[in-house]
Design a protein around this ligand. Structure first.
Ligand code: SF4
Length: 650
């Protein structure tokens, strides 16, 4: 299976068993600035699951590097014991380990002490996204920072790691020196290409001088920063050809995007609307121009795609980072040809980078064990297998059924519809959300592998429960749309989002979408209707559409709404409707806002828990576990986590 993907490859003195790479990504699993058991267990799961190479997350090399609230620091020897424990555990599985070395420059997210951030860059060129105005780095500080990269690399070698990767991608400090729009210096580090690449070349030289022969040195770069002031492909090709000619590097890791702008940052973790492997041409261009071994990363979520990229010569290795957050076993499954068993990442960003932005430890919408290896870990076999009834076949119910069956219970899942999936089936109907349906496919497969029996098209009532005679019950009956009471709520042209998505409602030419949740439903529906040619006004009960979804998904979606001419009305409360008008109230000013010439009012007003089955069970005196929206409306991620916990609890 996959001869190219599983062909060993050598970097320096490191020989990797395959070309599958977990590239550096933030986890929030570090403990007080160092590597502890949570992060070790997280990476060990990927090593055990077949990763060829793991690159650890950004680690700050110098005191002037300030990034997030609790970053990993490698600017003192205190970091060595943690990295050493990690290296021992990863190497035990035959996986290589490389550490990212990092200085964000002006791409600073937080100051460490709560004061106004002080950041340093090549020049005093402000950052658009974080609104940071940096100080120009004085020459003596440049020398100190370069030396700090070398010192950090020496520490990594002492800890037993195979190499280091300098993060020069995404508009971070080394890229700020490369970029003439940011670097306005008139000394040896600015101006000509030779001067702008000097910072990177001197970093590489310092690392080489402080580490032994064969220690792997790579750099990460954006093949195209996709930002209005960012480096374009022609710039990066010239710069990296020069660096490759004047520095001794073992590999280049190619991505797209930049942290500096909203449009560029989307490519840090490209959402599902980007094609699998869309950055491979950037990798190919760098590989051809520099002749260096190349890793490429960007929505490569299946081994078939990785094999194609390597076989076609676009790259030598593939970053499959979210693929492994979602399914740590993807390497082993690919090697064994168990392709149907792979839980493919759907690019939703909700729990991986979404958690990073929210300040939580990493996880996955489909795989709640991710990031919780030390607490959820491997399931314990049931002490006495029981006959388990799971009611509801949405994400929460499916996960509950799979988790209970994996432990040895005899599980039957009842679903009232003829198809599984619950609200995930509706989510996949929205623009750029088609892959969301993958969550149903993957969870259904988990159930099949665990031996769950399905009974579809069955409405569970007292009779069904009595006849089945369960020994344990998990209720995951989901929710129904909330239809608030307002003047005009019974008019024929007032419909809800589910009716529109299911094609059960007539929608006129001019539409108001009243979005109470400010999540993917209102935003997606507005886009869906605008694409179909309707005039759309989106009234959001919040400060922006998609306020509660992951920022890259949200930002790209807002861009599309703008392109389609959707009129967004923020801070709006729905007040009433008549034959052709919708009455809104501004949440802050309390003033009335009237939308006239409205043919259809579409309600996206959240959901109410469906508690019918729960109440029946209570009447019958049958104890039960609950999971998902039937407790209270929640995200698919929360439902899946609760499903896992419920399945482990019975
Ligand atoms: Fe992929 Fe979504 Fe899981 Fe992130 S949360 S790894 S994008 S499926």
């Amino acid at each position: 299976h996959f001869p190219q993907l599983f062909a060993p490859i050598t970097l320096g003195k490191l020989t990797l068993r395959n070309r599958i790479v977990s590239t550096g990504h933030e986890t929030h699993l570090n403990q007080e600035g160092q590597i502890g058991e949570k992060l070790i267990a997280y990476h060990e799961a990927r090593a055990r699951g077949g990763a060829g190479l793991i690159v650890t997350e950004v680690a700050l090399v110098h005191p002037s590097a300030v990034f997030v609230a609790d970053p990993i620091r490698v600017d003192s020897d205190a970091c060595i014991p943690g990295y050493r424990r990690l290296a021992d555990r990863i190497h035990a599985h035959g996986t290589g380990l490389i550490a990212q070395l990092f200085h964000p420059g002006r791409e600073m997210i937080a100051s460490e002490d709560g004061t106004a951030p002080v950041s340093y860059s090549a020049s005093a060129t402000p950052n658009e996204r974080f609104h940071v105005m940096p100080r120009p780095m004085p020459p003596e500080m440049i020398a100190e920072v370069i030396s700090a990269y070398g010192d950090a690399a020496r520490r990594m070698e002492e800890a037993g790691l195979d190499g280091v990767e300098v993060v020069a991608s995404h508009g971070y400090l080394p890229a700020q020196f490369l970029n003439p729009e940011v670097n306005q210096r008139d000394d040896d580090y600015g101006g000509s290409l030779e001067n702008r690449t000097r910072f990177l070349r001197e970093i590489a030289a310092d690392i080489r001088a402080k580490t032994g022969a064969g220690f792997v040195v790579g750099m990460r770069l954006s093949g195209d920063e996709r930002s209005h002031e960012g480096l374009e492909q022609s710039d990066t090709l010239d710069a990296w050809a020069h660096i490759a000619d004047h520095a001794t590097l073992d590999y280049l890791s190619v991505v797209a995007g930049s942290s500096a702008t909203l449009a560029g940052s989307v490519h840090i973790a490209p959402p599902m609307y980007e094609e699998a492997g869309y950055t491979a041409p950037l990798g190919q261009a760098i590989k051809t121009r520099t002749g260096l071994t190349t890793i490429v990363t960007g929505r490569i979520n299946q081994p078939q795609e990785a094999e194609r990229i390597i076989a076609s010569g676009q790259a030598d290795m593939c970053g499959m980072t979210r693929a492994m957050i979602c399914d740590p076993e993807i390497g082993n499954k690919a090697g064994e040809g168990r392709l149907d068993d792979i839980r493919a990442c759907i690019g939703c960003n909700q729990a991986c980078i979404g958690h990073f932005h929210a300040g939580y430890p990493i996880s996955c919408i489909q795989n709640p064990v991710s990031g919780r290896e030390t607490t959820l870990g491997a399931p314990q076999p049931a002490t006495s297998p029981r006959r388990v009834m799971v009611i509801g076949g949405g994400p929460g119910g499916l996960k509950a059924a799979a988790a209970a069956a994996e432990r040895g219970h005899d599980v039957t899942l009842f679903e009232r519809e003829s198809q599984l999936g619950g609200q995930a089936r509706l989510a996949q109907l929205l623009p750029h959300r088609a892959e969301f349906g993958g969550i149903i496919t993957n969870l259904t497969r988990e159930c099949e592998l665990a031996g769950v029996e399905f009974r579809k098209g069955v409405t569970v009532d007292e009779t069904v429960i009595s006849e089945f005679a369960p020994e344990a019950v998990i209720v995951a009956t989901g929710a129904t749309p909330r239809w608030p009471r307002f003047e005009g709520d019974d008019l024929d042209h007032v419909v809800d989002a589910w009716q529109v998505l299911q094609g059960k409602a007539q929608v006129g030419a001019s539409v108001v979408v009243a979005d109470w949740r400010a999540d993917w439903v209102g935003m997606g529906l507005a886009e869906h209707l605008a694409q179909a040619g309707h005039r759309v006004r989106l009234a959001v009960n919040g400060y922006m559409p998609g306020q509660t979804i992951q920022m890259y998904v949200r930002d790209a979606g807002i861009g599309r709404l703008h392109s389609l001419g959707v009129e967004v009305l923020p801070y709006m409360r729905l007040f009433g409707a008549d034959e052709d008008s919708v009455y809104l109230q501004h949440i802050m000013s309390q003033e009335a806002v009237i939308c006239e010439e409205v043919d259809t009012l579409v309600l996206c007003q959240g959901h109410r828990p469906d508690t019918d089955v729960e109440q029946t069970l209570r009447r019958m005196g049958i104890s039960h576990e609950l999971a998902g929206d039937c407790i209270a409306p929640r995200t698919a991620e929360e439902a899946v986590l609760e499903g896992l916990r419920a399945g482990r609890a019975v």
